[in-house]
Design a protein around this ligand. Structure first.
Ligand code: PMP
Ligand code: GLU
Length: 397
């Protein structure tokens, strides 16, 4: 019988997107669900960026773009890297894609061969492991918990390295934990990586601008490894542009050239209109980024305060991104009305169906004792959602 390939059959559905879809289905049935599942800013794209897109349409930017993106956009990204990160890249080293998601996947497909190992510190974003599967690689997950602020140490990293290690995927600020590696912590990891010249470092910095500590630190700043770092970033989070699908990588030339070849066969250049909008985002006034950051900062404090009042939750104070990742094992094994909560995915489903709050169970992030709430929503929604979570969890005995 005709069937899908083993490659696709073995692929998990994106849990973040699936929970969000379930939440939307309940909403369509008239149920007042508060959606804290998917991670995307609730703000509208700033006006000057939308204007640039409208202008691009009127000026007929309607043709195929160069595969890696318009030169003007790649120049704008190089300027951003120079100005904000003190990093020097040539436009040929930048590849724009359909979101940072494609940029991560491009990088993995480009460097991972069948059986190669990719180190992924967990908790980790849902898609990394599935992308490694697509590349026929093997994920080597390093577990970290709330007691170490979910950050991998140099000795943990070194212990995970084998002759087959081909890449490390490091996300800071982190989805789903909000943890941020300090310059010293990154330096300690870089010192280990310097000893292993075959390892490519995929540094996912998509939450760069949602940082409550101060300056963003990139692992690409360390000269001993920076010829092996692939920076991943994009406009989705910083400029509230998730639907525009525009991300990019800044990479060593040989990786950028290989991704250019891959993308040329697979998707071609990203949307022309989104590229012109992203160019305006990078070259325009950055005040909008700061305003959104401040709103997330305020909401971080609000959700931390409210979630800390919920019995059984162990809370970390996230330093960036817009996720809270409480430890919730207190509730595993408890029941309500004959419904037993075995896993954090069960708990997320219980909160959705009984409490009408959508969130994501930790298993999808390789952290089964945790649960993720996205607080990229209004203060009112956060207050109401935490009230519902508290009341709903109190039913479990
Ligand atoms: N990396 C991380 C850690 C993410 O959370 C996401 C999802 N927003 C992405 C990459 C992909 O972002 P996008 O494709 O919207 O640019
Ligand atoms: N990255 C966001 C999240 O984790 C958006 C959904 C996705 O692409 O997975 O919720």
């Amino acid at each position: 019988m005709a069937q899908v390939s083993g490659r696709i059959a073995s692929l998990a559905v994106s849990e973040t997107l699936a929970m969000s879809q379930k939440s939307n289905e309940l909403k369509a049935q008239g149920i007042n669900v508060i959606n804290l599942s998917v991670g995307e800013p609730d703000f509208f794209t700033p006006a000057h960026i939308k204007d640039a897109a409208k202008k691009a349409i009127d000026e007929n930017f309607s043709f195929y773009t160069p595969v890696p993106g318009y030169l003007s956009l790649r120049q704008a990204i190089c300027k951003k890297l120079e100005k904000e990160n003190g990093l020097s890249y040539k436009p040929e080293q930048i590849i724009c894609s359909n979101g940072a998601k494609q940029a991560v996947c491009n990088a993995l497909l480009t460097v991972v061969d069948k059986g190669d190992e990719v180190i992924i510190p967990a908790p980790c974003w849902v898609s990394y492991i599935e992308m490694v599967k697509l590349a026929e690689g093997k994920s080597v997950v390093i577990r970290t918990g709330i007691e170490q602020d979910f950050k991998v140490t140099a000795s943990q990293l070194e212990a995970a390295i084998t002759p087959k290690t081909r890449a490390l995927v490091l996300c800071s600020p982190s989805n789903p934990t909000g943890s941020i590696y300090s310059k010293e912590e990154l330096k300690a990891l870089a010192d280990v990586l310097a000893k292993y010249p075959n390892i490519i470092i995929i540094a996912d910095e998509i939450y760069e601008h949602i940082n409550y500590l101060g300056k963003h630190e990139s692992i690409a700043q360390f000269s001993e490894i920076n010829d092996r770092v692939v920076i991943i970033n994009g406009v989705s989070k910083a400029y509230a542009m998730t639907g525009w699908r525009l991300g990019w990588m800044a990479a060593p030339q040989w990786i950028a050239s290989a991704c250019n070849k891959l993308q040329g066969q697979y998707t071609s250049g990203a949307s022309s209109i989104s590229q012109k909008a992203a160019e305006a985002a990078y070259l325009g006034d950055q005040q909008c980024v700061e305003e959104m950051r401040q709103a997330f900062f305020r909401r971080r404090d609000l959700i931390v305060k409210l979630a800390s009042e919920i019995e059984g939750f162990k809370i970390n104070k996230p330093d960036g991104a817009f996720y809270l990742f409480p430890e919730c094992s207190y509730y595993l094994g408890k029941s309500y009305n004959g419904r037993k909560i075995e896993t954090s995915a069960d708990l997320a489903m219980f909160l959705l169906e009984e409490g009408h709050v959508a969130c994501v169970g930790g298993l999808a992030f390789e952290a089964p004792d945790y649960i993720r709430f996205s607080y990229a929503t209004s203060d009112e929604n956060i207050i109401e959602a935490m009230k519902r979570v508290k009341e709903t969890l109190a039913k479990l005995k």
